[in-house]
Ligand binder design. Sequence first.
Ligand code: FES
Ligand code: MG
Length: 587
Amino acid sequence: MSTEAARPKTLQELRSQRWFASDDIRGFAHRQRMQQQGLAREEFMGRPVIGIVNTWSELSPCHAHLRERAESVKRGVLQAGGYPLELPALSLGEVMVKPTTMIYRNLLAIECEELLRSLPIDGVVLMGGCDKTTPGLVMGALSMDIPAIFLPAGPMMNDRYKGQAVGAGTHTKKFWAERTIGNIGEAEWIRLEARMTRTPGTCNTMGTASTMTAIAEAMGLSLPGAMSIPAVDSEHSRMAWRCGERIVSMVWEDLKPSRIVTKASFLNAVAAYMALGGSTNAAVHLPAMAGRAGIELNIDELDAIARRVPVIANLYPSGEKLMEDFHYAGGLPAVLNRIAAHLDLSARTVTGRTLGENIAGWPAEDDGTILDPAAPLKQGTPECPEAGIALAVLRGNLCPDGAVIKPSAATPELLRHTGRALVFDSNAEMLAAMADEELDCDASTVLVLRNGGPVGGPGMPEWGNLPIPKKLLRRGVRDMLRISDSRMSGTHYGTCVLHVSPESAIGGPLALLKTGDTVRLDIGERRLDMLVSDEELAERRKQWTPPAPAYARGYTKIFQHEVTQAHLGCDFASLAGNAPTPEPPIY
Ligand code: FES
Ligand code: MG
C-alpha cells in the first residue's frame, strides 16, 4: 500500500478517456452509444465519470430509500463537474436472501470490482449498509483501487413498544422466546409485525450493519459522521450530495483506497468495533477486507484490542439504546474522540484530511449513550473481569484455529462453564429437538451445532444463536452455553461461541464431539476444550467421513471450493491479495 502524496490527475489520465477520447472506431462507438440515450457529448466527455454502485432493491427493505438517494449523489457529482452513472448491483437484504447473504458477500465483491474494471469509471460512490453489502462493496473497491467513497444507508428510526425502546432483531428474538411459550398471543404477535422496523434503513441496534458502516467510516472510507445519520433524515440526502461532490475531487487528487487504507486504518477500525460492542460478524469481514488490501490482520489482533478498548456505546444488544439515540449523542466521531488514545489519528481518509482532523471538536453530547471510557458499559465482575468486553478469541482442542464469543452480550456466569454436550448435526434436527418437551438437557447443558461453517452451511448461516429448548424456557432459562461453526446475527445476544475453526464439515475437531462429552469454556484463559483424550479423538477420527457436498454445480459449488475458513475471513482464496490486475484492453 502506498501512502505517499499523489500527483493530481490530468484529464488525459482518466480511465474513462480510454473509452471516450480516442479518435478511432471504438471511441466513436462509445460516444455514439452514450448519445443514443439522449446525452450531449459535453455531458460525459472531458470530465470524471463517477459510478454509483447501488445495492437498492425491493427485497432489501433496509435499502428502500437508496434509489431516491442516488439522485442526491448525482446532484453532487454534477455540481462538482463530474458525470454520474448509476450501476445496480447485487442486493443483499439480510432477511430475505436465502440460504444466507454471507454466501453472496464474495459475489457482490466480485461484481463491484469487475463492474468498475469493465466500464469507463473514474471514481465510485458505494451505496450499501445492510450487513454484507458494506464488506462486499469495500472488498471490491479495495481490489479495484480507484477513488471510492462509501455512502452508508443509515439506520432506521427508533420505535417504542409498551413504553420501552425496541430494536430490530434484538427484540424480535426476545418476543419470539415469549411467543413460543404462550406469553404473547396471536393478536399481539401480529401487531408486533408492524413494529420495530418502522422506516427504511438498516437495523437500529449495534448489529452487523452499523458495526460494518462504523468500520468503513473508522477506516477513512466514509465522510465523518455519516454512518449514524438516520436513513430518512433530510441530513442523509445532504450527506449523499456531499459524497457525490467529494468523489469528483478525489478523482483529480487520485485519492484511491491504497492511498488511504493502511494497517493503521484497520487497527483504528478494530478499536471502533470494540468500543461500539459491535457484531461478531466483523471478526470474519475484517480479515477478508484486509486481505483485499494486501494487509494481514489476524483474529488475535482483534482479541488484543478488545482487551484494551472498553465498550462505551450503550446500544442494543449489549446496552439499551438505539442508533437514533447514538446519532443525537454525536455518532462515531464522538466515540472515536473518547477512545483517541487507542487510535492512530494520522490515518488518512476520503476527506483528504487525517482521522484526527476529521473528528476534532466533535464531542459526545449524551453521556448516557456514549459513555466515559473510565466507566464503560459493563465493568465485568471479580469472578469474570472479561464480562464487559466486545470480543474474545478462543483456542483449544475444539477450535485450534480459533472461535469467537461476544462477552458483553453474554451471561457472565456462563463464561466459565463446564457442561455436558448435546450435539446436533443439522439446523433442522436442532430446531425440531428444541420443541421436544422430553429433550435430555438442563440449564448446564452445552448446546452444539455443527455443519454450519463456510463449507458445511454452506456460507456460515446465522444459526449460532441456537434457541433455548422450550422446556427450559418454561422454567425461566433464557441463556445457555452454545457452540457452533456458524455465525450469529449481530443483533442477537447470548453466550454463543461462534466461528469454530476449522469447521466440522472439513474435519475440524468439532466433527469428533459426541453427545455426552464434557465441554469446558474458560474465558480468562481464552480456551474452549472437549475433555476427551487424544487417543479417543484419534479413534473417532478414523471413523469420521466428510458429509457429501450438497451442490454438484453452480455458484455454491464454486463457493465451497474457494472459500477460506472463518478465521481467515471466508474470502475466495483466489480473490485475496493486491497483485496488480491489468486494465481491460479497449479493442
Ligand atoms: Fe438489513 Fe439488519 S436486516 S441491516
Ligand atoms: Mg444482521
